[in-house]
Design a protein around this ligand. Sequence first.
Ligand SMILES: C[S@@+](CC[C@H](N)C(=O)[O-])C[C@H]1O[C@@H](n2cnc3c(N)ncnc32)[C@H](O)[C@@H]1O
Length: 320
Amino acid sequence: MPAAQSARASATKTDDTLLREVVEGLSQVHKQLPSKYFYDSAGSRYFDEICQLEEYYPYRTELAMLPGIADDLSHLIRDQRDVVEFGAGSLVKIRLLLQHLPQIKRLLPIDIAGDHLREAAAELRREFEHLEIVPIVADFTRQVELPDRNKVKKLGFFPGSTIGNFTPLQAVAFLDRARRSLGAGALLLIGVDTKKAPEILHRAYNDKLGVTAKFNRNILTHINREAGGDFDEDKFDHYAFYNPTQGRIEMHLISREQQVVTVEDYQFAFSKGENIHTENSHKYTPEEFLTLAAEAGWRGVRKWLDDEELFCVHLLQAGG
Ligand SMILES: C[S@@+](CC[C@H](N)C(=O)[O-])C[C@H]1O[C@@H](n2cnc3c(N)ncnc32)[C@H](O)[C@@H]1O
């Protein structure tokens, strides 16, 4: 079969972990894919486009809050800190902290999308010449060891409500891993999307221009390239909705027709209308989130909510 042959021909390029996780996900009764695989360079650019959309309130709300938060932090944090940013993306939000916190001399941005991260780091270096930047290309669904354990205490930064992509159980595990990576005396500044009217959520993940749909479908193109797949993006529809029982937006891709897709040597049959679950974005009240953080050994120090209570940024301290 030609599709299987061309898949095998590209097998030398295959990233083993990606292939294993993709095959595992597509073999489930309810097919799913890990949302981290949205983020190749194209996916990172689509995400940046989403951030500019009128409907996507989380980005602009958190961005508008950050200068005030950074100013408050300049009074709360007096000692020198290294910043470890999880899911750093284009490194836009960190600039707002750096402008107010001159005691930050070193930034360790972590992201799974390596090329995009290195480009963003090079740009940031031109702007903040005094800053040492050590990009870390890693998957934070596993324990991330920081490259060298110096004596400087850490300020973790995890904006964008990326924590919502984990289920609550996974979020506790992540927060626990982050606490251990950051070490004694660590602080964590983390942005968390709040529960709100479903219409606002629905609009944010179903934009008029269809950028979120392109972002969602790009996971298939990424898999084609990295795992020898033959997905046809045009044969899948974007579908996103708020699930109030789970308190989360769910994103899915829905097969437009009955079809068989090959990934390396594996074949997956889709019936017309069958879905692949590609992402969760959990929403938390500030109280719900603090309970979750406490389970992972973090104590709330301070929180900032915007006037419309669309988004909450928490400052946590390690040590319960
Ligand atoms: C929702 S975007 C947020 C980007 C940016 N921090 C912001 O707030 O605008 C999520 C970011 O986390 C990264 N990411 C997602 N899953 C990851 C993982 N498992 N390990 C490391 N980085 C990941 C993506 O590449 C992307 O840059």
